[in-house]
Ligand binder design. Structure first.
Ligand SMILES: C[S@@+](CC[C@H](N)C(=O)[O-])C[C@H]1O[C@@H](n2cnc3c(N)ncnc32)[C@H](O)[C@@H]1O
Length: 303
């Protein structure tokens, strides 16, 4: 679908959604990541670097969500050169908060496609927010099942937006508070998950919203819900206390950071049975977040 067609479709359905939207606590950080992708797509050179269709679909989802302040006009303004400059300036104070999010999206996309090439038949994006990976890749890989799960308030808003844009047949959206519900139970109950199949999980911008014990619990749940060779591509905060400004802002937004891990401590952060296969960015370029892939079991070795 072309950019114009996607935006037109979202525009057609926006009023309907806005009228029926109940007040809930849709994750601001999830909306902000999607909005950053719209702005980043307008930065020279970035539209070509980002996975194809990502900025356009992010824009369409934000419009269809009806969430404040993402009107058509606001999203247009967010792509102006001054808005791009402002976002780039913000990244000087908080490394990784703009282009870093783009690198994160590229990393997750590459890892999911590599896992599919290695035989994964299921993709599950945890804490998906307004991410577009499943929407973009599901039509490309019709034999792979794509699932998303998010906190109920955000999942509901995303589901409505996706319904308006058209949900691929091989994509399922689930709603669960992962700090309170066992992932294995959520997956068994949904009826669209095969426990023995080789799978790839994405936990992008999620783990630091869970306390350390919930992170370990989540990875233990992932182990018991997948077949040999399964992997998790994830991002993690390096240091819970380093970025005081961002930490204070997130606390005030009601989405405080709760856990972090240095790269060398990742295996104990995730808990028993996990091996770190890849980490990024390379040492020396310290951003807010690190990126990594973990595997469980002997067949998890990267190809
Ligand atoms: C920073 S956003 C990232 C969204 C998306 N992964 C991305 O990178 O575009 C964090 C997401 O984690 C979700 N989240 C946070 N705590 C959660 C929980 N306990 N259970 C399920 N989802 C949660 C939020 O609803 C939100 O969508």
């Amino acid at each position: 679908m072309s950019r114009a067609a996607i935006v037109a479709k979202a525009r057609d359905t926006q009023t309907l959604y806005a009228e029926s939207m109940k007040p809930g606590r849709v994750s601001r950080t999830a909306l902000n990541v999607a909005a950053s992708m719209v702005t980043l797509g307008a930065k020279p050179g970035w539209r070509e670097r980002l996975p194809a269709g990502l900025p356009e679909l992010s824009e369409a989802l934000l419009l269809a969500s009806g969430a404040f302040p993402f009107s058509e006009r606001a999203l247009r303004l967010s792509q102006r050169p001054w808005a791009v400059r402002l976002a780039s300036l913000g990244e000087r104070f908080q490394p990784g908060a703009f282009e870093g999010l783009g690198r994160r999206k590229i990393f997750m996309d590459e890892q999911v496609q590599a896992a599919i090439a290695a035989g994964a038949s299921q993709v599950l994006v945890l804490g998906a927010g307004f991410d577009t990976l499943c929407l973009r890749l599901a039509p490309e890989y019709p034999d792979v099942s794509f699932l998303e799960v998010d906190h109920p308030d955000t999942a509901r808003a995303k589901q409505r937006a996706v319904n308006q844009l058209g949900c691929p047949d091989n994509m399922v959206m689930l709603s669960a508070n992962l700090a309170r519900r066992r992932l294995s139970k959520v997956l068994t109950e949904c009826g669209a998950w095969e426990t023995e199949a080789m799978s790839v999980f994405v936990a992008e911008g999620l783990l630091y919203y869970l306390p350390p014990e919930a992170v370990r619990q989540l990875f233990s749940e992932i182990r018991s819900s997948t077949g040999t060779g399964s992997r998790v591509a994830f991002s993690h905060l390096f240091d819970l206390f380093r970025y005081r400004l961002a930490r204070a802002a997130l606390y005030l937004e009601g989405e405080p950071w709760l856990s972090a891990s240095e790269p060398e401590e990742l295996e104990s952060y995730l808990g028993p049975g996990w091996e770190i296969l890849t980490t990024a960015p390379e040492r020396g370029r310290r951003e807010l977040e690190g990126l990594a892939v973990a595997g469980s079991g002997p067949a998890a070795t990267m190809v």
